[in-house]
Design a protein around this ligand. Structure first.
Ligand SMILES: NC(=O)c1ccc[n+]([C@@H]2O[C@H](COP(=O)([O-])OP(=O)(O)OC[C@H]3O[C@@H](n4cnc5c(N)ncnc54)[C@H](OP(=O)(O)O)[C@@H]3O)[C@@H](O)[C@H]2O)c1
Length: 433
């Protein structure tokens, strides 16, 4: 960095890259006032220059060759906003090896290849920043690393996937079926053409990997997280949950327990009185409990050009201010330590309250058989709803909420219940907050 000038190169001028470029061009004076630095958008590499992005790029080098950024000795910070694994991974490696700091929003890459990338960053004395990878515009990573640094984080409950939250909100508020709500999310541009990562829980698990790595000062294996998505939830389940005083949300959960970390992503019934139950549409929220601060909640837009651009520029300014103070010295506060393996506990050891919905034959004695099996497995029922026969079929839905039980006991009970002809194949087990 010379004369307090920070040169920036963006690779990928899509939704997020455009947001970053727009902020760097529009907020140049504001950023200078706040940081005493001049941020210069020097170059952008993008494959498709035909799209109109309503940006004045007359002073920016526009190229299709990422090497024009990665090999430019004047560029201090590279922003990677192309997404996916390759060539994003190779570009980030090359930037770090050329001793350029990197800022990215690429949660899939950080969650799965972060260990390698952080090692390369450390070996080259540069930083890899990723605020925008979790919670879009919400400064959750900075909040955890700096604002809550004095705390052992006891638990995190996050609504981290805007698409799933939008779908569940539409199902809850407007009684849509899952497929209808998904189609609507796609039409509005919230969901990808292939929504598997969103509705399957993988995207939330990527983000949970990152949050858990930060608060545990080590690196969590993405594969160690239990993941269940929202595709099996029906309008009926939403209504049952509603009648029992709950709202269903896809939660990413971090809990510090005696034997390690309990990490999971799954749909969860949240009591309507809890703040997280009121987080609707495509918004995100992260409910964090620290041992000294107590309960806190971070809330806001989890995606979109402007919020995500805002988070990336936050990282750029943060990085650059440290460069000004200690030229060339890497800040340890940002590091996810890739060498520390974090111990997680298997899902079978986790205890939960459960929501169970069965379709059973409309015949006497069935409920007592189900409750008998649950009782034999040490599971007691806390509330129950038995409804009218389902549509034209001779099946009735039975809905139970249990007291706390281990996942292993519940699995054992469900294996027994599945053996009965009177239970229709498709039953649903959800967890209760
Ligand atoms: N969208 C959000 O709100 C959001 C929020 C948080 C995090 N993120 C993350 O941010 C990243 C970017 O997401 P996005 O939504 O901005 O994606 P996007 O709209 O698809 O933008 C990616 C851009 O990169 C370009 N590109 C692809 N390969 C390239 C290459 N080799 N060299 C130069 N440019 C290349 C693409 O051009 P073509 O279109 O021609 O392929 C496209 O313009 C992803 O990792 C995503 O997970 C996104």
């Amino acid at each position: 960095m010379k004369d307090h000038l920070v040169n920036i190169g963006i690779i990928g001028l899509g939704t997020v890259g455009t947001g970053v470029a727009r902020i760097l061009l529009k907020q140049k004076e504001l950023l200078h006032t706040r940081s005493a630095l001049t941020f210069q958008l020097k170059a952008i590499s993008e494959l498709d220059w035909s799209r109109n992005r309503d940006l004045d790029l007359s002073h920016v080098k526009c190229t299709t060759n990422a090497d024009d950024i990665l090999l430019d000795p004047e560029i201090d910070i590279v922003v990677e906003t192309i997404g996916g694994y390759e060539p994003a991974f190779s570009f980030i490696c090359k930037a770090l090896q050329n001793r350029k700091h990197v800022v990215t929003a690429n949660k899939a890459l950080i969650a799965t290849k972060g260990r390698e990338l952080f090692k390369i960053a450390a070996a080259n004395g540069v930083d890899l920043m990723f605020e925008a990878s979790v919670g879009g515009g919400i400064p959750i990573i900075k909040g955890l690393r700096e604002g809550l640094v004095a705390n052992t984080i006891e638990s995190i409950y996050g609504i981290l996937n805007g698409t799933s939250n939008y779908i569940l909100t539409r199902m809850h508020q407007d009684e849509l079926e899952f497929g209808q709500a998904l189609q609507e999310a796609q039409a509005k541009g919230f969901a990808e053409a292939d929504p598997t990562l969103d509705v399957g829980g993988g995207d939330a698990a990527h983000k949970l990997t990152i949050l858990a790595s930060i608060v545990s000062s080590g690196f969590v294996d993405f594969g160690s997280i239990f993941v269940e998505g929202i595709t099996a939830i029906t309008k009926l389940d939403i209504n049952f949950a509603k009648s029992l005083g709950y709202t269903i949300k896809l939660l990413a959960i971090y809990r510090l327990v005696e034997d390690g970390l309990d990490l999971r992503v799954h749909p969860t019934l949240i009591p309507n009185s809890h703040l997280l139950a009121a987080v609707n549409q495509e918004l995100n929220a992260i409910f964090v409990k620290g041992d000294f601060v107590g309960d806190t909640m971070f809330y806001g837009p989890g995606a979109g050009e402007r919020p995500t651009g805002s988070a990336i520029v936050g990282d750029i300014v943060d990085l650059s201010q440290d460069l000004l103070l200690k030229e060339g010295e890497q800040s340890s506060k940002r590091t996810i330590n890739p060498d520390v393996q974090v111990k997680t506990i298997p899902i079978s050891q986790v205890k939960n309250r459960f929501y169970l919905r069965f379709f059973t034959l409309d015949a006497p004695g069935i409920l007592s058989k189900i409750s008998g099996i649950l009782g034999d497995c040490g599971i007691s029922i806390s509330s129950m709803v038995q409804l009218e026969a389902h549509e034209k079929e001779n099946y009735v839905p039975i809905v139970l909420i249990t007291h706390e039980a281990s996942e292993a006991s519940m699995e054992k009970a469900l294996q027994e219940i599945r053996k009965f002809d009177f239970v229709k194949e498709n039953f649903l087990r959800l967890r209760v907050f």
